[in-house]
Every structure is written in C-alpha cells, then in structure tokens.
Design a protein around this ligand. Structure first.
Ligand SMILES: Nc1nc2c(ncn2[C@@H]2O[C@H](COP(=O)(O)OP(=O)(O)OP(=O)(O)O)[C@@H](O)[C@H]2O)c(=O)[nH]1
Ligand SMILES: [Mg+2]
Length: 373
C-alpha cells in the first residue's frame, strides 16, 4: 500500500461543475511540491453527475479515492467519515467550489510536518485574510457564528473555517458528534491539541453551483455549540477546558472583589467618618487593585504571560477596562429600569453579567493576550 504524506478530504454534494477542476488543481499542486497525496472525495450521493466524473478521473489520477454515502446526509458527517477513512497522518479539508485556494495546501502541510503544529487553519478574519463577494447578511451570520468560538478559543480568529489541516492524532480519541457545517469547531472543542496556527486566505464565494445554507443549519450550529461547551466542561484534556477554567477563576476573583469593596466601604465610612459616596471611590479602586493582583498571578498564570511586558501596563489596561465595565453596568441598569420597566435589582443583575462578559473578553484579548499571538 502507498504511504501517503497527506490526505486531502473534499466533501461534495452536487458539485459537477467544480469537481474535476478542484481534483486536478489539488493533484497538480501536490505533484509540483513532491508531496504524495491521497485525494479523498466524500460525496453524499449527488444526483448531478458528480459521481461519474470522479469515477472517470480515478483511472488517470493516482491516489484519488472516493466514498459515496447513502445515509446520514451532512457536511460534518461526511468530513468525519473522511477522517476515519483517510490513510495519511496529516489530513487537509477543502471545499470543492474553489472558495479555498488549493495553492495553500503545501503551506498547511509544511506547518504540520516541519513546524510541528497540531492544527492549521485558513483564516478569513486575520490580517491578510478577507471574504470576496459576500452579501452583508452572510457576513453578519458568519461573524455571529464565530462568537462562541472566540470565547473558547480566543487565540483563533476563524474557528468556523472550512479550510484546515490537522494531525490525525488530534481527533483519535475525540467523541465527535458531527452535525451541521462547522466541523472545525467540533475538532477544536473535542480534539486533543496544543499548537494551532492560522494562515490568512481570501475566501471567494462560489461561482458555480448553489449554496446550501439553511435556517436548520443555524439551529444545528447552536446545538453543536452547546454540546461542545458541555463536552469541554467534562473532558479536561481539551483546549477549551483551560479557557473555561479561566472564566471560572475570573468570576471567583470578581466575587472576592465584592467582599473587598464592601469591607473598605464600611471601614472608611465608619472609622474615618468619610461621606459614603467618597468612601465608595476608595472601595472601588481597592477592589480593582486586588482583582488585578489575583487575576495577574492566578487566573492568567500561563508561562508566557502577556504581550504587555510590564505589570504596570497590565494594571493600567485592567483599570481602564474595569472602569468601562462599571459604566456598562450602570448603563444597562438605567436603560432596563427606565425604558423596559424592569425591576431595578433584576436590571442590575443583567448589567453585572454583561459587564462581566465585557471585562473577561476585553481583558483576555488585551491585558492578558498571549505573547505568541
Ligand atoms: N458530503 C457533503 N458535502 C457537502 C454537503 N453540503 C455541502 N457540501 C460540500 O461542502 C463544501 C462547502 O459547501 P458550500 O455549499 O460551498 O457551503 P458554503 O461555502 O458555506 O456556501 P456557498 O459557497 O455559498 O454555497 C462544498 O464542497 C460542498 O459540495 C453535504 O451535505 N454533504
Ligand atoms: Mg462554498
């Protein structure tokens, strides 16, 4: 049996207009770079002639393998079946419709083979990446879809990309429950990996054939996110678990801040006889300081700290973000109470949650952004 360097999975459903060109393009690029590749087309029993074209090409193109699925129709299911049948230790996934430039495949391959990355992602959202001919609606949906991934995988700008490569061992022990379109989220959430890299690319919308995005696709996606979130809470060898832990610690630190705040407010008002609104300023500042120290030494205790070299810089950044957080809390409290007629204590709880999300996310992406990003 041939030992392949890479298996390139191309999921297809009714791609008669594109399939021959994409297979020839991938095959040509691999040959050019002296990479022995398997091309694995995983088709959901297309009725438009895709299957005949692939069968015909199998005579002339070496390493072209073909799976026809007759049950459990779906893009993610097809890719997962491709993972199982792929013969090489490095697996690439690419769309058939030329939205993903096949010329980049050798870069993905090299990043895994030579640079030792576990996962390499083609990103539309990092510097150098872009999306061509997408209507505003598609852009908004896509950005919404990345939101959850950005929380659990903050280092990754495009966690829902369909263009990626992995080491086969990443998914060897993962219990995948494929559904919907966003198979990469499933891999990131359930796989075992440490090093991921992104390569920017310009996504071009298909010129041939039809789009298959439906409402049910979005509902599937929300269910999938929930499933990934719960899975990561239970399986502590996942990458997302580390992020959950940070969110949890950040919450505990926040709660400790309330204790500090209340204590100082009481002490300064009672023992120094200072007007309570003035004491409150001291109390807020003291709790911001203790929160900072705890977060800096405990919540974000990663070895390669932050891109902000000095602790003072991180403190100033944390301080400014916290002050905005207080502003957000007050704004939500006021708006919900005055305009939505909600009971003020309840509005306040909503405000606290929104401010918490703000504080965590913005600090995660600015104050304690990893050095390597
Ligand atoms: N096996 C299989 N492949 C699918 C299925 N749906 C889509 N694909 C393939 O997955 C890739 C991406 O699908 P697209 O329909 O291009 O999805 P998209 O890029 O989000 O949307 P458009 O390009 O606008 O249509 C293409 O190669 C499709 O042929 C499916 O249900 N089963
Ligand atoms: Mg497409």
């Amino acid at each position: 049996m041939i030992k392949y360097d890479i298996s390139v999975i191309i999921p297809t459903f009714n791609e008669a207009e594109n399939i021959e060109n994409i297979i020839r393009a991938v095959s040509g690029i691999l040959t050019d770079k002296n990479i022995t590749g398997e091309i694995l087309v995983v088709d959901d029993d297309s009725g438009d002639g895709t299957k005949d074209i692939v069968r015909r090409l199998q005579d002339s193109i070496s390493g072209l393998n073909f799976i026809i699925r007759e049950e459990d129709h779906g893009l993610s299911q097809s890719v997962v079946e491709g993972f199982e049948k792929a013969q090489a230790d490095i697996i690439q996934v690419i769309d058939a419709d030329f939205s993903h430039p096949p010329q980049l495949i050798p870069d993905f391959y090299k990043s895994i083979k030579e640079d030792g990355f576990d996962i390499v992602i083609g990103s539309r959202y990092m510097k150098g990446g872009d999306i061509k001919n997408w209507p505003v609606k598609r852009r908004i949906i896509s950005l919404g879809a990345t939101a959850f991934g950005r929380v659990l995988f903050p280092e990754i700008t495009d966690p829902v990309s369909g263009f990626f490569a992995i080491k086969k061992e990443v998914i060897a022990n993962a219990r995948m429950k494929p559904r919907g379109y966003k198979i990469l989220m499933e891999v990131l959430g359930k796989g075992t990996w440490e090093k991921a890299k992104e390569i920017p690319f310009i996504f071009k919308d298909r010129e041939e054939g039809e789009s298959k995005l439906k409402l049910s696709t979005m509902i599937d996606y929300i269910l999938q996110c929930t499933d990934i979130g719960v899975y990561a809470l239970k399986n502590h060898n996942t990458y997302a678990w580390k992020e959950w832990k940070k969110i949890f610690k950040f919450g505990l630190v926040g709660a400790s801040g309330i204790v500090v705040n209340t204590g100082i407010l009481y002490a300064v008002t009672e023992y120094f006889g200072i007007y309570y609104m003035i004491s409150s300023v001291f109390a807020i500042e003291a709790s911001i300081a203790t929160n900072f120290i705890l977060n800096d030494t405990w919540t974000f205790d990663g070895a390669n700290k932050s891109h902000m070299g000095s602790r003072w810089k991180r403190f100033v950044s944390f301080q400014l973000i916290s002050v905005c957080g207080v502003g957000i809390n007050l704004l939500v409290l006021f708006a919900l109470t005055e305009f939505a007629g909600i009971y003020y204590l309840f509005s306040n709880i909503v405000g606290i949650f929104i401010a918490f999300a703000w504080n965590f996310l913005v600090n995660r992406h600015i104050t304690w952004k990893n050095k390597t990003e």
